[in-house]
Design a protein around this ligand. Structure first.
Ligand code: ACO
Length: 322
């Protein structure tokens, strides 16, 4: 049986850090409010001209180096983002050219904060069916560009960054299962209410910003993530105690803690980066995974649960043996 195994991870954050204290100077908020409600202390924000693919490229190169392969061996690129460099071509195609490779399929996936889990799920299927041997899967965002920096309800939450993994076809175990879902009826609880086909005048006017009914999103997120945990464990006939690490989407420490409680997991088994990175949407899981792989918390053969919830609503999980 062929598995998709993570052969290498990489990540990249812009140098520019914006602290809660910095935001106190521009909106009516406090460091204490942000820490208490979200767990966030700071976020990295791209400087003018720095794009999603600019962040993705070093993350991808680090993942390729960690996998010990040559860039030319990559035979699939899947790029999760809601903040692509261009309307088209896809960020995956732009990155492919930057990496100096041609010919392999390259495409974007847009599932907001669940984007990386969606991308991993698709790449897993390419590998299991023999269509890919070495896939590059990326989550990268510059959410700072679609934030209204005068809206204290959203501007304190998000950050920019990129994370990547190389998935390799392997006879050893790797991804055990993936589970992805969506429910479009919640569109207006979390959205950018304009785009190309509808409201492009607002996009041109620089008014394309994230709008969120945070409290309502919070409740659905906690309930839904509880259900995805049950679905994932039952699909693999595993017990909660079989999971070594939880690498959740990093939206809010209170949502992460609720999922950990559901799993009876101590917080020292949970990889938390939201304090330093904020919510980097599709980048948050591969960023957190890379941090915990590089500081050697996550070891080969550990059982790792990835889970995410985001705009759409979309949600999903991946259970893997690292
Ligand atoms: N500083 C100070 N006060 C604030 C701030 C702020 N930055 N933001 C909001 N407030 C105020 C509100 O105006 C409100 O004041 P009021 O009571 O006078 O009306 C009060 O704080 C409470 O507001 P709530 O929205 O009820 O606060 P809550 O405890 O729910 O925290 C938060 C808000 C952090 C946004 C939380 O709801 C949350 O994390 N929601 C989920 C976000 C999420 O997971 N999104 C999905 C992924 S993101 C994606 O897919 C793009």
């Amino acid at each position: 049986m062929t598995f998709a195994r993570i052969a290498g991870t990489g990540s990249y954050l812009p140098d520019n850090i914006v602290t809660n204290k910095d935001l106190e100077k521009t909106v009516d908020t406090t460091d204490a409010w942000i820490r208490e409600r979200t767990g966030i202390e700071q976020r990295h924000i791209a400087v003018d001209g720095q794009t999603t693919v600019d962040l993705a490229e070093p993350a991808a190169r680090k993942a390729i180096a960690a996998a010990g392969i040559d860039t030319s061996e990559i035979d699939l690129i899947i790029f999760a983002t809601s903040t692509p460099d261009k309307i088209f071509p896809s960020s995956a195609c732009i990155l492919q050219a930057r990496l100096g490779i041609q010919g392999c399929p390259a495409f974007d996936i847009q599932a907001v904060c669940s984007g990386f889990v969606y991308a991993l799920s698709v790449a897993d299927k390419f590998i299991k069916t023999g269509s890919s041997k070495k896939a590059l899967v990326i989550g990268a965002e510059v959410f700072s560009r679609i934030i209204d920096w005068s809206d204290r309800g959203t501007c304190v939450l998000f950050g920019d960054g990129a994370g990547a993994v190389v998935l390799e076809a392997s006879e050893e175990t790797g991804i055990l299962s993936t589970h992805i879902h969506a429910d479009g009826q919640y569109e207006e609880l979390l959205h950018v209410p304009c785009g190309i086909a509808d409201g492009f005048d607002r996009v041109k006017a620089g008014e394309a910003f994230v709008e969120m009914k945070g409290n309502e999103v919070f409740k659905v997120a906690v309930n839904t993530l509880g259900k995805i945990v049950d679905e994932t464990l039952s699909a693999n006939q595993m017990e909660k105690s079989d999971i070594d690490w939880l690498v959740p989407h990093q939206a809010n420490l209170r949502i992460i803690s609720a999922t950990a409680r559901k799993l009876n997991m101590a917080m020292d088994q949970v990889v938390v980066t939201v304090n330093k990175h904020g919510n980097t949407s599709a980048a948050s899981i591969p960023l957190a995974l890379d941090v915990a792989v590089r500081d050697e918390r996550i070891q080969r053969n550990d059982v790792v649960l990835l889970e995410a919830f985001g705009g759409g609503f979309t949600w999903g999980s991946a259970l893997l043996r690292y």
